[in-house]
Design a protein around this ligand. Structure first.
Ligand SMILES: C[S@@+](CC[C@H](N)C(=O)[O-])C[C@H]1O[C@@H](n2cnc3c(N)ncnc32)[C@H](O)[C@@H]1O
Length: 209
């Protein structure tokens, strides 16, 4: 079994619960960061799981494309979009290959990356590819756990390599002006994230020229 197959099985199993694993409300940081997006932005939401963030962004009037490994998650995201009467272009795909698909080409006014923890090589190549597909002044909105999360036990992966640091985000996105904040905050998102979390919050904008 490949690493991607194992991940897919893990996320399909988590999302098979009748309730949404990360709840139904959008991520708090995304809600505060959304104000910097221009109206009706073309957004690519990576690893959108059961769709709480992508659907909320569509409710705000944006044109939303999402991708996730888990077919169970994406089906729940599509149901949530129908329930809330919005349109989301939701795809099942592995970021290792999906970025070659026509739907992934952009240009994008914004990339949304919430609690998506990828192996370093994939994370770097996704960042490099998507930097080129950001429209002028296109934005990056990211929140991810830091290595300090390993001692807190309130959610997130256990592999240090996939957690985010200031150095990693600066190295991944050299083509963006980045505002990087390391913080601890209380996170209550469904059954998946419960309690004090150590996170990196990133606002980025494609550099001019
Ligand atoms: C911690 S969950 C976060 C889900 C969602 N962003 C949220 O905040 O509710 C991480 C998600 O990333 C997805 N994922 C992990 N690796 C991926 C990959 N290589 N390609 C696409 N999605 C991936 C998983 O299927 C899972 O839904």
């Amino acid at each position: 079994m490949t690493q991607a197959d194992a991940q897919r099985e893990l996320w399909d199993a988590r999302y098979s619960h009748p309730n949404n694993y990360y709840g139904y409300r959008p991520n708090d940081f995304l809600v505060t960061a959304e104000v910097m997006l221009r109206r009706e932005s073309r957004l690519l939401v990576l690893g959108d799981g059961e769709g709480r963030n992508g659907v909320w962004l569509a409710q705000k009037g944006h044109h939303v494309t999402t991708v996730d490994l888990s077919v169970v998650g994406v089906n729940k995201a599509k149901d949530l979009a129908i329930e809330r009467n919005v349109s989301v272009d939701a795809h099942v795909g592995d970021l290792a290959t999906w970025l070659d698909e026509p739907a992934a080409q952009g240009p994008w006014d914004g990339i949304v990356w919430i609690f998506l923890h990828l192996q370093p090589q994939l994370r770097q190549s996704v960042a490099q590819t998507l930097t080129e597909r950001l429209a002028p002044q296109g934005k990056l909105i990211m929140e991810a756990y830091t290595p300090a999360q390993l001692t807190l036990g309130t959610g997130g992966p256990s592999d240090e390599q996939v957690l985010m640091t200031r150095e990693r985000v600066l190295a991944d996105w050299p083509g963006l002006d980045l505002d990087v904040r390391l913080t601890e905050r209380r996170i209550f998102e469904g059954m998946g994230h419960q309690g004090l979390g150590s996170v990196l919050q990133v606002l980025g904008q494609r550099k001019k020229g």
